[in-house]
Design a protein around this ligand. Sequence first.
Ligand code: 2P0
Length: 327
Amino acid sequence: MQSVTVKTHANISLIKYWGKRDEVLFLPTKSSLCIALSELTTTTSITQAAGDQDEISINWQVTTEISHKKIIDFLTLFRTLYGIKQFFAITTHNNFPTAAGLASSSSGFAALALALNAFSKLNLSEKELSILARQGSGSASRSVCGGFITWHRGENELGTDSYAEQTFDAQHWPEFRVLVIVVRNDAKKVSSREGMRITTSTSPSYQTWLTNSAQRMPLIVEAIRNKNLHEVGELAEADWAEMQQTMLDSQPQLDYWTPTSRDVMQAIKTLRSAGIPCYFTTEAGPNVKLICLENNVQTIIKTLREIDGVLDIIACKVAQAPIVTEK
Ligand code: 2P0
């Protein structure tokens, strides 16, 4: 029987996505920029279903009914968009905790989009795949690419110009590293989707962030082009801090961090004061992501491992493009 297997990478944004201007089409309020992470992967296989309904097997570490429904909705959308009648049998597996702020939906829906495209022999372009993946989860639009990736906000309201593309490839900056500091493995209480809805409709600082963040986009691209870690780190932390402010001044307030998250962020600042260049960001969750260069990885890991509540530290390089295998 024909089968397709796809391996994608989760991504971590340095200039953030937090808010939609169209919830049905997943159109963001602003552009964002991220890195694909070599060690955080989703592997998804697809074959034809035996009967007349989709069969889904999620071997994720935390499986929720919501994630199951999101996949079914995405398959239904795919059939509608491309006039396909077939039902699918899908097995999908993450090598990292799901729905805990490690961007599982980014690699998850990107893998699904790539697998459906290959299985149905549609030959969609990378741009079309990004637009498709976006409609499963916004951040998934970025995981169809490898390297350093920009997701363009787009201007039209049909979503045809809101897609991600590679800005620099995975080899551009070989010494660049991301450390994923895991402080909790369980699913978060307020989903990103719901959190964004609350923030965009209630945060008084939201518009200011949109304006400032848009100005950071060209600056961070230049900083990455020049391999200037200090600039990249300062811009990423500034964008994170303003995003965090929009969450904290939302009604109800959104606070995704644990005491350990805060201890880790403080330790990163202390390391920096001691002359070790490292910077942090987070998603909508308690786990912290640190950016640094290869030569400081061991020192940083040794320091952060001593913090109470740190469960794991995963050292990532910038990932290559997804891999699609057909049988
Ligand atoms: C980001 N996050 O840029 C930001 C920063 C969380 C904080 O992308 O509703 O899971 O499925 O489009 O893609 C999380 O958003 O949300 C996210 P939906 P998604 O990485």
